[in-house]
Structure formats: structure tokens, C-alpha cells
Write a protein that binds this ligand. Structure first.
Ligand code: SF4
Length: 370
């Protein structure tokens, strides 16, 4: 009780500390954790904007010290933008592993190595001529973050933040990590409920839906170029693989579990594992009649997943469409033409696909028809 009181007093004193977090890579998918974590410590989070060509051109270009995929290079724009905001700490976590719903069913939940090393690589561009963080009085904090081993998080986060927040205690960080996970869990739960609601609507109205298989950061309009939104304009509900419902009654009906070892044996990479699992879900769920696969140019991690994901999806007759090689600039014209073509196929074949997939399953569970 006394501890809580002390930390809340400190929390009040810290309300003036603003923590800038670039909205890049796997911050997509973990942002609610960081909001809950810093809120518990009494600090205010300021996120950078979504990625955009303008942000990258204004703040990022010329800072890149290595060749990489655009999702990594875009970090330079986010950091540059935050340096122009009123912040005290720039928090750029090196996320090593992720908190995945597949944990316990897969070998590991690691991030791509480029994701983990992006903060160090991009930081170099802001130190080339002078220390731009120091010059602006901003403390740069970049702790190692193994979400896959939650028991280690307080140690790494405490060690990373302590030099920037002198009165910080280890006990406070332990509490803040719990708050962070609670906030993330709550967010994920609400997103899964939303997805279930959409699927119920599809069942009730016998309407097809689409599933996106991508990396979480393809939700960023400047990385995924809002291709999912183009389909929504044609009236197709679009779901994302990482927020699909995982209720037991639903998975039992579909005849799948959270195990992917039948189709993916080296299940180390978190996003990859979830993409493969999403492909299995899409291949079974009758009203998901098409899958949209998004991938960035120069993504070595995605290459080995293309064929298995496509085969899993197409084995059930579900349509599969790939937008690979996404880069800095949105190819607006060609995206529009491709979307129009895909919509033609969806309209032509969706009802047959629904019927065929339904014929392989038992009676639709009552929970889906609520
Ligand atoms: S998974 Fe692909 S797109 Fe993402 S950081 Fe790694 S190489 Fe880049």
C-alpha cells in the first residue's frame, strides 16, 4: 500500500516527463503495452505520426547508413519527426521477441533481426556529424526487449530507463510491466471480439470477407499503403490475421488448433508463425473467400513463407492475391487496377467458395449465428 502511494506521488511528479515513441515496426502490435507501462510510471507517451512519404523525405532521407527494407528505413523519419516535438526521452526499444497468442505452441516468438537492430542502425544517422539527441536535450533510451521472456522485462527496462529517470525504482518497473501486459491483453481481447462480430455479420448476411496476411506494421498507411482499405471501399469486410478470434468452440468447428507444426516446422519467427496460422484459419473459415498477402520489397523473412501460405490457402479453393515488393512510394494506379480485377474474381467465385467450404464442416455453431 505504502509502495503504491509512494509510486503514485512520484507518478504525479513525473507527469511533466514526455516520452516520444516512434510508431515503427513491432510497436505496431505492442503499443498498448507501452501506453500502460509508461502510464503506470506516471509519464506521458507521445507517438510519432503514421509513416508517410513526406515524413520520410523531410526527416529521414540522408540519415540512412545501410541498405534495408523500407519498414526499417522509415524509422529515420519517425525519429527525425520526434526530435522536432516537445519530448524529454526518445524511447526506441530493440524488440527481440514478441508476446504472441501462439506462444507455447511454437518453438519461439522471435522478431526479424532487422527489427531488433533497426534502432541501432538508424540511430547512427543522427550521430554522423554531431549528437543530435544531446544537442536538443533529449535522452535516447533503447533497451533490449524480450517480450517472449516476460520475467526478464523488468530488468532490461529498468536498466535502460534508470539513467534517464533517476528516481526510478525496480519495484515500480515490475508493477509497470504488469500494467503494460494488462493493457495489451485488454486491447487484443477487444480486437478479437470485434473480428468475431464481423465474422458473425458475414454469416448472418452470407457475405464474403477478406483476410490480410502481412506483418503487423503493414497496418501503417505508409508501409501497407492502405490496400486493405481499397477493398473495404467495395464493401468487403477486411480482417487481420493477428486479431482473429481464437475461441475454442470456433477452432474445434474449423478443425484447427493453435499448432502449426503440420505445415511449418521451424516455427521461430513470431510474425511468420502467425501468418501461417492465419493461412490455416482462412483455408477453413467458409466466409473468408480471399486472402490478401502484403510484403515489403527486400524482405528476406517473407520469401520462404510465400509458397506455403499460398498453398495452404488455395488448397481449400480460397482465393489468394499477393502484393509483394511494397516500398516507399504507393503505386496507386496499379493498386487500383489490381483491386478492381480481384474484386471481379471475388464477386464471381465467393458464393461457390462459401458453399464448398461449408460442405466440409459440421453444422454452423450457434455462437456464430448470435
Ligand atoms: S520482416 Fe521483412 S520487412 Fe520486416 S524488418 Fe524484417 S526484412 Fe524488413
Amino acid at each position: 500500500m505504502l509502495g503504491k502511494l509512494r509510486s503514485s506521488q512520484k507518478g504525479q511528479a513525473r507527469r511533466s516527463i514526455k516520452v516520444g515513441i516512434p510508431k515503427f515496426l513491432n510497436i505496431w502490435g505492442t503499443a498498448p503495452f507501452w501506453v500502460g507501462f509508461f502510464d503506470s510510471l506516471g509519464m506521458k507517451v507521445v507517438f510519432s505520426s503514421d509513416t508517410s512519404e513526406e515524413q520520410y523525405r523531410t526527416y529521414g532521407k540522408g540519415r540512412i547508413t545501410m541498405d534495408s527494407c523500407f519498414p526499417v528505413k522509415a524509422l529515420a523519419g519517425h525519429i527525425g519527426e520526434l526530435l522536432h516535438k516537445d519530448i524529454d526521452i526518445l524511447f526506441v526499444p530493440m524488440i527481440y521477441s514478441l508476446p504472441s497468442f501462439l506462444r507455447g505452441h511454437v518453438m519461439d516468438t522471435l522478431c526479424c533481426t532487422r527489427v531488433m537492430m533497426a534502432p541501432e542502425n538508424i540511430k547512427a544517422g543522427f550521430l554522423k556529424e554531431k549528437d543530435e539527441f544531446k544537442e536538443r536535450g533529449i535522452k535516447y533510451v533503447s533497451p533490449f526487449v524480450p517480450f517472449g521472456e516476460p520475467e526478464l522485462l523488468p530488468k532490461y527496462l529498468f536498466e535502460g530507463l534508470k539513467p534517464a529517470v533517476e528516481d526510478l525504482t525496480y519495484e515500480e518497473v515490475v508493477e509497470a510491466v504488469k500494467e503494460g501486459f494488462a493493457s495489451l491483453e485488454e486491447f487484443d481481447k477487444s480486437m478479437r471480439e470485434k473480428s468475431l462480430e464481423i465474422l458473425r455479420w458475414c454469416v448472418k448476411n452470407n457475405r464474403p470477407a477478406l483476410l490480410v496476411l502481412a506483418r503487423p506494421y503493414h497496418m501503417d498507411p505508409g508501409i501497407g499503403h492502405e490496400i486493405d482499405a481499397e477493398f473495404q471501399l467495395y464493401g468487403y469486410p477486411v480482417l487481420w490475421y493477428n486479431y482473429l478470434p481464437i475461441d475454442k468452440w470456433l477452432l474445434d468447428w474449423l478443425g484447427i488448433s493453435l499448432d502449426i507444426s503440420d505445415v511449418w516446422t521451424s516455427s521461430y519467427s513470431s510474425n511468420t508463425n502467425e501468418i501461417i496460422w492465419g493461412a490455416k484459419f482462412a483455408s477453413r473459415f467458409p466466409w473468408i473467400t480471399g486472402v490478401i498477402r502484403l510484403s515489403s520489397y527486400e524482405c528476406g523473412m517473407d520469401q520462404p513463407t510465400f509458397t506455403p501460405a499460398q498453398r495452404i490457402v488455395e488448397s481449400s479453393g480460397t482465393l489468394f492475391f499477393k502484393f509483394g515488393e511494397l516500398d516507399e512510394t504507393k503505386p496507386a494506379g496499379s493498386v487500383k487496377i489490381r483491386v478492381e480485377t480481384i474484386v471481379y474474381y471475388l464477386e464471381k467465385y465467393s458464393q461457390d467458395i462459401i458453399k464448398r467450404k461449408l460442405s466440409r464442416l459440421g453444422e454452423v455453431p450457434k455462437e456464430l449465428t448470435l
